[in-house]
Ligand binder design. Sequence first.
Ligand SMILES: [Zn+2]
Length: 343
Amino acid sequence: MAEYGAHITITARDKPSIFDVVAQDGLMSTLQPAVNHIMRVLAENNPERYGLLLRFSDEIFVLFNTIIQHHYIKNYGASFAENFYDLKRVELKNKNSNKPLTLSHQAYYKSMFTLVTFPYLRNRLDQLFQQIQERHADNALSEESWKCRIQRLFLKMWPVLHFSWEFLTFVYYVRYAVGKSRFHSPLLPLSGVQLATLDHSDYEVIDARTEMMLAFRNVRSGWELGRWAVECVGSSLMNSLEVGAFFLQFLDWFYSSGNTPTSFNAQPIPPPPQSVDIQKVCGLNNTDCPICFNIRKYDTVLSVSGYVFCYGCILPYVRREGKCPVTGYPASTTQLIRIYHET
Ligand SMILES: [Zn+2]
């Protein structure tokens, strides 16, 4: 039993360095922007077909995140990013301790919650806060209905909650760095686990599991053949994701280092306007709005397409539809620019 129990006690040698845990947190936070970036490129190239991808990008990422985190927790006892940096999750209460790199059901569900559901909910609440803030700026929350009151309360509470969480995370980092705590993040005690570096016997377990999963000789029925095929495709996908993780971190550094040429980031330059444009086709003058067909009030340009609308027409449209009404390009309210000119 002693060899099975060896992984339970975490010595100072097994404790991951602050650099490892910070790096794996960094990799985790690059994953969603990377997936969003791919969807944005697809949607901008073909708004008709892939425009929906961008609208449901959060939900698509949750699905993607659930699949990869499930795969890594089930097979390696760690999240994708933790496994990438050779870390494992060790349960604080070891009820199921005779199986290395295997979490109990309870720890599995808690880990999935903190890795997938928690970031998703936080992201959604952040977006909700921005939407309510925009409505507040438009004076749409001045009514005394209970709905507006709740929204005003949320507007006050969310920044406090957000700051408290960030501060708590910072305290955990500092305590971990000076060796006062076993956890670098408040999410770990919530999941009932702590992190440790993989040791020699863990690598053997991982190798044996990978071999078991991909060995064709174990296939005895049609069902097992199907499972084997899925494992093969999944494993090669996961391997390419691991190679991709290096690339992701390079891209992240490239974008954040401030030396990105603007042309790399910018939208493709649209072709010159044709002589027959939408405004002429619809019988509109240069001063008319393509939404209400009247003379524009408070000229506002949508920067993704360059079309000019009334402020009162385009703002609710972009908020509701998330695209340009003329070209269908994906758009957000941050891309609206008021034009001040003398007429
Ligand atoms: Zn209008």
